[in-house]
Design a protein around this ligand. Structure first.
Ligand SMILES: [Zn+2]
Length: 350
């Protein structure tokens, strides 16, 4: 059983393993301090199929690849941390450990059913958050543990509960080049004047427990106000997927993501409008590692918004756009957009 904080109800492992920074970013507590984000699962599940549809081209393969590299990088650093403490993990220990983390982060319930070293890993995976992303995650974990490229397939295609990961030949040189791209990570800027009220027992900001019902045994994190499922997961995987898409398909990808996220945000905020406010919603951003709003000013013509450290600039631009439209009750036009890797500036006109 996962031990739970008696004050805020979060699994104690969450506070032990993660830090909520005042600059709107969540990172792992231990080196290399990989950034994490609280993702809205419905938004995530909607984004990539919607992109495929707009482009008339299935991007599932690219999503799996981006996540595979991310999963490998994460697992590599996990194994290095254990090795530094004098403990070399066998592959099966790595799988059991990652399966336990998956419960804590709300990613799903995974259980090792069968394992043949260097060849094959068979898992029962229930309640996983997303099909291609979970497959990518497990392929990457396998690759780090076995030092062999991993491919995945559902053993039972109609129900998709039994996942097989098996070793295939890869292209180590090409892989390494893409890996370096991923190592770039996401630069973060500091701004320290935001104050959280931290839980005295587990060390996580108290608002996190107020906003989410966090059940590690069921691998479910539920946003209380909307009932929607969330996960805590590495930020880099999504960023890497978007980067790969942009390289392959061009800059217009950003515009499509902004529009898909804007439409999603309109529906999401319309469903909670009566229970919350614009300010309350903006205050939630840093607690989810979505970045920190440093300016949101309304004038006669519209809004000016600045966000520091967005986890994904186009996703957050779309979300802010749809959020403001919902709360001001009219359609807004985007007249200016500046997006860097650690900031976002928007001008929205009535
Ligand atoms: Zn607590």
């Amino acid at each position: 059983m996962a031990k739970v904080c008696s004050q805020c109800g979060l699994p104690l492992g969450i506070g032990r393993g993660n830090v909520w920074h005042p600059n709107g970013v969540i990172t792992a507590k231990h080196p290399p301090h990989i950034r994490g984000t609280l993702y809205d699962v419905e938004e995530l599940n909607h984004l990539f199929p919607a992109l495929s549809q707009r482009m008339g081209f299935d991007i599932t393969r690219l999503v799996v690849e981006g996540k595979r590299k991310d999963g490998r990088r994460y697992t590599d650093s996990l194994m290095r941390n254990f090795a530094a403490m004098g403990k070399d993990l066998a592959p099966i220990d790595v799988y059991d450990l990652v399966a336990r983390f998956c419960k804590y982060w709300g990613l799903g319930l995974a259980e090792v059913l069968d394992y043949r070293e260097g060849e094959r890993l068979t898992l029962r995976t229930l309640r996983y958050y997303n099909d291609p992303m979970s497959r990518g995650d497990w392929a990457g974990v396998f690759e780090a543990a076995e030092r062999k490229r991993g491919e995945t397939a559902w053993k039972d295609e109609p129900t998709k509960e039994i996942l097989e990961v098996f070793a295939v030949k890869g292209e180590p040189e090409l892989e390494q080049r893409i890996e370096q791209e991923l190592e770039l990570g996401i630069p973060c800027e500091e701004e320290e004047d935001l104050q959280y009220r931290y839980c005295g027992e587990c060390g996580v900001p108290r608002e996190v427990g107020q906003q989410f019902a966090w059940d590690a045994e069921q691998a479910l994190i539920q946003e209380r106000i909307s009932g929607r499922r969330f996960i805590l997961h590495n930020t880099n995987g999504i960023v890497a997927v978007v980067r790969v898409l942009r390289e392959e398909l061009g800059e217009e990808i950003d515009g499509m993501i902004i529009d898909i996220s804007r439409q999603y945000a309109r529906g999401y905020y319309a469903s909670l409008k009566e229970k919350t406010s614009l300010d309350a919603e903006l205050m939630k951003f840093p607690l989810r590692s979505w970045g920190r709003v440093t300016l949101c000013r309304a004038d006669g013509e519209g809004y000016r918004v600045r966000l520091l450290n967005p986890y994904s600039p186009p996703v957050m631009a779309g979300r802010i756009w749809g959020l403001l439209e919902t709360f001001c009750g009219s359609v807004l036009a985007l007249s200016h957009l500046e997006q860097g890797e650690s900031h976002l500036e928007m001008r929205l006109m009535r």
